[in-house]
Design a protein around this ligand. Structure first.
Ligand code: ACO
Length: 422
């Protein structure tokens, strides 16, 4: 078998042989296909990067048709069952499951960086009381770059390690600050005696510094599993933003602010918020057909359904659905669960969804869990961003070390007026 592609340009009758590597042709190999010497060469047109690989990556593997998700080769189901979020974050960033001593050093490094500079609290105070917490995360992540000018030293492995500790360590703190700010309640400092997610719950739900509060271990574990499921998802919109900004050699705090901004949108990380709002709008099971009628006529989306890559059940949705029942044992059943289950049942037998291969995605049930745990809907995407920071950093570091990567700068097909004079 020859690993090449033979292309004939019917405009000129010329034939070209183009190499195929890892199942792809190089877009720059098409440049040689020209109709004249001053022609810039053939481009590919791919709005939304539907069929364009922007990088080679050894972090996350997805087979959307088969519903497979693996981090560094390990199936997501096994990681969700047997690992912790911080182990998975290490795996994503370093490529291997940590040994006992590596894990200890990793957890210590992250735990030591959970505090934020006191000025970040003042910065947070500047936001309006009803500012969306995701906007606060985007803003404070960008602001953090000004606190750590050493983060610009991106080719220094020791500096990168420190920024990774800082970003993974500080994300729960920033998220909790944004939440407490929106309530007008006192900020709770990190407690380094607690696990990553127990500390997070403590900073969020401890009513005041003077009140006793013990995070429920079942809820801390559930959040940990949800974080594992959300930790990476190869070249999704926010990761692409992280890599795109990272490609200009900006520091990782600035790149992470861009990634968080991309995650904010309702077609990406904002979908779990949109799912709960949709379920609340539907309200009762008898109103489902009326809602679906509007979906059929393209007036509404069924949020939490469909995925650019998964054209089969999203494997994360299965784990989350099972997790929902464990959480509801502690919190009591979310009244919207019945609407969600019935909506899923009807949609899975509805030709509109079957013919378009639209199945529940990770967000269909995660919002219900978060709501039952006491999070307001505006915090859902923030939770996603805490988890996804691990993936953003793994992808950013891979990019920094990839000799083939340069500044991300796509081409365009100019369709405007060729030339005019004033
Ligand atoms: N509800 C109703 N119709 C849908 C939905 C949906 N959730 N998703 C796709 N469709 C329809 C489209 O209208 C289109 O129909 P048409 O062929 O009649 O025009 C067809 O299915 C194909 O949809 P595309 O938008 O081309 O699919 P794409 O792969 O570009 O979009 C996306 C994927 C953005 C996730 C889409 O499915 C969507 O908007 N889903 C709802 C939002 C959501 O749940 N996002 C979370 C994704 S997971 C994540 O980011 C963590």
């Amino acid at each position: 078998m020859k690993n090449t592609l033979t292309v004939t340009d019917n405009r000129t009758g010329k034939t070209y042989e183009i190499g195929i590597d890892d199942g792809a042709i190089k877009a720059t190999d098409l440049k040689q296909i020209k109709i004249s010497d001053d022609d810039q060469g053939l481009l590919t047109y791919d709005p939304g990067f539907v069929n364009t690989a922007s990088c080679k990556s050894s972090i996350t593997f997805i087979d959307g048709e088969k519903g497979i998700l693996r981090y560094r080769g390990y199936p997501i189901e096994q990681l969700a069952e047997k690992s912790t979020f911080l182990e998975v974050a290490y795996l994503l960033i370093h490529g291997e499951i940590p040994s006992k001593s590596e894990l200890q050093e990793w957890v210590d490094g992250i735990t030591l960086h959970t505090m934020v500079h006191e000025n970040i609290k003042k910065f947070m105070d500047g936001f309006h009381h009803d500012a969306h917490p995701m906007g606060m995360i985007v803003g404070t992540l960008g602001a953090l770059s000004t606190f750590y000018p050493d983060a610009k030293d991106i080719f220094n492995p020791e500096s990168r390690k420190k920024q990774i500790f800082r970003l993974i360590g500080k994300m729960p703190t920033l998220a909790a600050l944004s939440y407490k700010h929106s309530l007008g309640m006192p900020y709770i400092y990190p407690d380094n005696e607690l696990s990553y997610t127990a500390n997070f719950l403590n900073m969020l739900f401890k009513p005041s510094p003077s009140t006793r509060y013990s995070p429920d271990p079942v809820l801390a574990k559930a959040l940990d599993v949800l974080f594992i499921l959300h930790a990476d998802h190869e070249q999704n919109c926010s990761t692409n933003a992280m890599r795109s900004v990272g490609s200009s050699q900006a520091d990782p705090f600035s790149a992470a602010a861009a990634a968080a901004a991309a995650l904010y949108g309702p077609l990406h990380g904002g979908a779990n918020e949109a799912v709960v709002r949709m379920l609340e709008e539907i309200g009762t099971k008898d109103r489902i057909p009326e809602y679906l009628e509007q979906v059929h006529t393209h007036k509404k989306l069924l949020y939490g359904f469909g995925h650019r890559i998964y054209k089969n059940y999203d494997p994360r949705a299965k784990i989350i659905k099972e997790m929902a029942y464990k959480v509801f044992e502690v919190t009591g059943k979310n009244p919207l669960l019945d609407v969600a289950l019935e909506l899923e049942r009807i949609a899975l037998s509805d030709d509109y969804f079957i013919s378009r291969k639209l199945y529940p995605n990770v967000d269909f049930y995660s919002g219900l869990i978060y709501q039952s745990m006491g999070f307001p809907t505006s915090m859902f995407t923030v939770l996603f961003s805490v988890a996804r920071m691990a993936g953003w950093l793994a992808q950013w570091q891979e990019e920094i070390l990839d000799k083939e990567q340069g500044i991300a700068r796509p081409r365009q097909l100019y369709t405007g007026i060729p030339l005019r004079n004033l």
